[in-house]
Design a protein around this ligand. Structure first.
Ligand code: APR
Length: 179
């Protein structure tokens, strides 16, 4: 599913983000930037040890929730990895939706800053961090759409969703925007 916003577009796909050939892929990291499971584990396994060595040196204090930091690609066929830290879901009254929006926004700002033309996102916070998928889809797609409509750059933004349920949730939301 692909939708045009200004000079840019959002494309949803189901698959493994480590296989995407884009300028930057986004990792769903933790604030200590310690290699975890989920997509974090998959990206570090595919990228190799150099990426975690780099982030440990460049970002000794880690990365705050809602922010993102850049590293090289290691062995991945991309230019950068943006390590984004989404919120742990605590019921929704602790600013989680805004923190999730902030994590996506920061990655899009890094995309511009590092002159990337394409970026692939996973569904940040919807796995180990427990963020409800429908609410995550609404907040992440709405934030991304708003960013694309307020920036002239022509960006190709992919959401690479690992399972059919998550893909369906994001497709429902994106389809709903078109109405
Ligand atoms: N490609 C794309 N998406 C993937 C992949 C993959 N190879 N592997 C997992 N996912 C999906 C999950 O199915 C989920 O939809 O990524 C989404 C985010 O889930 P998590 O990876 O668990 O990330 P998150 O919920 O943000 O939790 C972050 O988990 O791995 C640790 O170190 C990480 O502490 C941090 C926490």
């Amino acid at each position: 599913m692909k939708v045009q916003y200004g000079n840019s577009h959002i494309e949803l796909m189901q698959g493994d983000i480590t296989l995407q050939r884009v300028d930057a892929i986004v990792n769903a990291a933790n604030s200590d930037l310690i290699v975890g499971g989920g997509v974090d584990g998959a990206i570090h396994r595919a990228a190799g040890a150099s990426v975690n060595e780099e982030t440990s040196k460049r970002y000794p204090l880690g990365c705050p929730t809602g922010d993102a930091v850049a590293s090289g690609p290691g062995d991945l066929p991309v230019k950068f990895i943006f390590h984004a830290v989404g919120p742990v879901w605590r019921g929704g009254r602790d600013g989680e939706p805004e923190q999730l929006r902030s994590a996506y926004r920061r990655c899009l700002e890094l995309t511009i800053g590092y002159q990337c033309a394409s970026i692939a996102f996973p569904a940040i916070s919807t796995g180990i961090y427990g963020f409800p998928v429908d609410l995550a889809a609404e907040n992440s797609l709405d934030e991304t759409r708003a960013f694309l409509l307020s920036h002239p750059a022509a960006l190709a933004v992919q959401f690479v969703l690992f399972d059919a349920g998550t893909y369906a949730a994001f497709a429902r939301v994106l389809d709903g925007f078109a109405e």
